[in-house]
Design a protein around this ligand. Structure first.
Ligand SMILES: NC(=O)c1ccc[n+]([C@@H]2O[C@H](COP(=O)([O-])OP(=O)(O)OC[C@H]3O[C@@H](n4cnc5c(N)ncnc54)[C@H](OP(=O)(O)O)[C@@H]3O)[C@@H](O)[C@H]2O)c1
Length: 347
């Protein structure tokens, strides 16, 4: 039986690449986003892969609309197996230049949108006692950076919400898996259509990865029982680095992440801003950074092949222990000089 998957924000960027990844695996897809034209274009490309697709133009900040969309998708495609909360908005600006309305709106879409999606999915999954919910996070769910306070705060909130709910799911002994995938910088349209109050065009802080890297990680997370999946070495560095030296990172990021998010190109006079309304235009999964974006992440490779790696490490360590014991025996038996023996073991 083909799995039924709902992806919020599935019409562009990471969500669009994720929809294509799941469709290539034969899943039927329900897509939620605001702009109907992009949803229709996405649905067309998914149906061309031979799967069923149902779109529901929805603003995820509206809890009732998300609930209605979930019911409509179940009527059209069947019970939802996997729900991916991907939809987001952000604004590139220092806090001093943002308004309370912009903060409220960004939080309602990025944080509460995830809460609404999770609640609609869990209501159904709880009844059937099965299902998977994947919340898309970021390195910035652990380590906040300047110029993106609205976004970082929402991503932190999603992580808090996810951890609290995971405990409740465990308490209720539900067979529902709730996981979070933390992504590094991605080449998506976000950097062309997000509200930008700076005078230059924004960019993801390099190194930049293609959205297909995220899509494969989200597929992996939906089919393995991992609490979290960290994608890309920069994500690992940010999360671990922040645990070790948060104050040092504050100082480093105050300049590196400030200039790192801005290109030298001036902001176009009529640049779109998708905070309150969807931007117009035929945007797909990729942004404008194809020439600089990486197609793979070795860190994700190690996550996917954790079992084999563990076996390899075990094998190597037992060989090492064997060699030490053998060397030790020779030393004890008086055969060979101790220093030469040790050199042979560690070389
Ligand atoms: N790009 C990165 O560097 C990066 C890094 C780490 C994590 N991530 C995560 O990846 C996910 C996707 O980011 P992205 O860069 O792919 O974003 P994106 O390119 O801006 O795409 C956002 C998607 O969400 C939809 N959307 C926006 N507001 C919505 C609303 N109110 N209701 C429903 N849908 C809405 C958009 O369609 P409409 O505008 O038509 O609604 C679009 O389909 C996010 O969770 C983000 O945190 C991205």
């Amino acid at each position: 039986m083909a799995e039924v998957v709902v992806i919020t924000g599935g019409s562009a960027g990471v969500g669009r690449a994720t929809a294509e990844e799941f469709a290539r695996h034969g899943c039927h897809i329900g897509l939620l986003a605001r702009g109907r034209e992009r949803l229709e274009a996405a649905a067309q490309s998914l149906r061309a892969l031979g799967v069923r697709c149902h779109i529901v133009p929805t603003d995820v900040s509206d809890a009732e609309a998300v609930e209605r969309a979930a019911s409509e998708i179940e009527q059209q495609l069947g019970p939802i197996d996997i729900w991916v909360n991907d939809a987001m908005v952000t604004a590139f600006a220092p806090v001093k230049d943002l308004t309370p309305e912009e903060f409220r709106r960004g939080t309602e879409v990025t944080y509460l949108g995830t809460v609404h999606g999770t609640m609609a999915a869990l209501r159904r999954m709880r009844e059937r006692n099965r299902g998977v919910i994947v919340n898309v996070g970021s390195a910035l769910s652990y380590r906040a950076i300047p110029l993106q306070a609205i976004y970082c705060a929402s991503k932190f909130a999603i992580r808090g919400f996810t951890d609290a709910l995971r405990c409740e799911i465990l308490h209720d002994a539900l067979n529902v898996h709730l996981t979070m995938v933390h992504l590094p910088a991605m080449n998506t349209p976000q950097f062309d259509w997000a509200l930008n109050k700076m005078d230059r065009r924004p960019q993801p802080v390099p190194p930049i990865f293609q959205p297909e890297v995220a899509a494969r990680a989200i597929w992996f997370a939906a089919h393995h029982r991992r609490r979290e999946v960290w994608v890309g070495w920069p994500t690992v560095e940010a999360i671990i680095g922040n645990k070790i030296a948060p104050g040092l990172l504050d100082r480093y990021l105050s300049s590196a992440a400030y200039s790192g998010q801005l290109t030298n190109e001036p902001k176009p006079p009529n640049a779109p801003a998708n905070l309150f309304e969807p931007a117009r235009g035929n945007w797909g999964a990729h942004g404008r950074f194809d020439a600089r974006a990486k197609e793979t992440s070795w860190e994700m490779w190690t996550t996917r092949h954790q079992g084999w790696l563990a076996l390899g490490v075990l094998l190597l360590s037992s060989l090492g222990v064997g060699a030490i014991l053998q060397g030790g025996n020779r030393v004890l038996n008086g055969r060979g000089k101790p220093r030469r023996q040790l050199q042979r073991i560690w070389r």
